[in-house]
Design a protein around this ligand. Structure first.
Ligand code: DGL
Length: 269
C-alpha cells in the first residue's frame, strides 16, 4: 500500500456513490474502487450476522487490491460492523453515521427527524449515539426516527424525480414536519440522492442535514495524518464493481455517477 493506492468504498448498492461524489470534490486526485453489493440489496432487512460477514468479505476484496483506506459508505453496515472491521484489518476504516449532533445543535423547535433504515434506527449504536449527543449537547431535544424502506429501491432504479418518488417522500417526511421537526437528518447514504424532492417538500419549514462532505473531509484528515494523500494530479478515477448484473443497476448508476468509469464489472465472492 502506498500514496498512489486506491481507496475502497462500499454500500449495499448505489447509495454510497453520494459519499464518492463528496470524496471526488474533496480529494480529486484519488483513485476509487467502489463495490455495490446489489445482489444483497437492501441491507436494511438483513441480519446483523449477515451484514458483518459480508462487510468482512468486501474489505478482504479491497485489501487484496492494495487499498490504502476503506470507507463503509453505508450507515446500516457501519452500525453492525465498523468495530469488528477495525479490529481485524490493518487499514484505516472510516464509517458513516446519522448527523444527529449537528442537527441537535441547530434545531430551534427542539425536534429532529432522522430518516434511516429500520436496522440503523433499531441498533445499539444509534441508541448510544443519541445518548452521547444528549449528554454532550442538549438533553431537551427530541430525536424522532422514521424508517424509509421504499427510498432505497427508488434510488437503485434512478427514480429521483418522478411522481412515485414525490408521493413516497410525502409519505415519510410529512409526518416529521407535522411533528414540528426543523432538522431532517439523512441517515442513509441512498437518501442524499433524494435531496431535491425532500427539499421541495420541507422548504421554509426545515433544513436537511447530510454528512457526505464531513465523511470525505474525515477521510482527507486520516490520509494526511498517515502521509497517504496521492501526490499525482491526474484527476480522480473510479472502478465500479457490483455483485449483481450491471444491467440491473445501469439506470441508477448513470444517475448516481454521471462521470467516467475505468471499469464496470460484476464480481462474485
Ligand atoms: N445505503 C445504506 C445506508 O446508508 C443501506 C440501505 C439499504 O440497503 O437498506 O444505510
Amino acid at each position: 500500500m502506498n500514496k498512489r493506492s486506491p481507496i475502497g468504498v462500499f454500500d449495499s448498492g448505489l447509495g454510497g456513490l453520494s459519499i464518492c461524489r463528496a470524496i471526488r470534490d474533496a480529494l480529486p486526485q484519488e483513485q476509487l474502487l467502489y463495490f455495490a453489493d446489489t445482489a444483497n440489496n437492501p441491507y436494511g432487512n438483513k441480519s446483523e450476522q449477515f451484514l458483518h460477514q459480508r462487510a468482512e468479505q468486501i474489505v478482504e476484496f479491497f485489501s487484496k487490491r492494495g487499498c490504502k483506506a476503506i470507507v463503509v459508505a453505508c450507515n446500516t453496515a457501519t452500525v453492525h460492523s465498523i468495530n469488528k472491521l477495525r479490529a481485524r484489518f490493518d487499514i484505516p476504516v472510516i464509517g458513516v453515521e446519522p448527523g444527529i449532533k449537528p442537527a441537535v445543535k441547530a434545531t430551534r423547535t427542539g425536534r429532529v427527524g432522522v430518516l434511516a433504515t429500520k436496522q440503523t434506527l433499531d441498533s445499539d449504536s444509534f441508541a448510544r449515539l443519541k445518548h452521547q449527543v444528549y449528554t454532550d449537547v442538549n438533553t431537551d431535544v427530541e430525536v424522532i426516527g422514521q424508517a424509509c424502506p421504499d427510498f432505497v429501491a427508488l434510488v437503485e432504479s434512478g427514480r429521483f424525480d418522478d411522481t412515485l418518488t414525490y408521493e413516497t417522500v410525502i409519505n415519510y417526511v410529512q409526518p416529521l414536519i407535522e411533528q414540528n421537526c426543523d432538522q431532517i437528518v439523512l441517515g442513509c447514504t441512498h437518501f442524499s440522492f433524494l435531496t431535491e424532492p425532500i427539499s421541495k417538500l420541507i422548504a421554509g419549514k426545515a433544513s436537511i442535514v447530510d454528512t457526505s462532505m464531513a465523511i470525505a473531509l474525515q477521510l482527507q484528515r486520516r490520509l494526511q495524518a498517515l502521509e497517504l494523500i496521492n501526490p499525482d494530479d491526474i484527476g480522480s478515477a473510479m472502478s465500479f464493481f457490483s455483485s449483481d448484473s450491471l444491467e440491473c443497476s445501469s439506470n441508477g448508476l448513470a444517475n448516481c455517477w454521471p462521470f467516467e468509469l475505468n471499469v464496470a464489472r460484476q464480481v462474485n465472492f
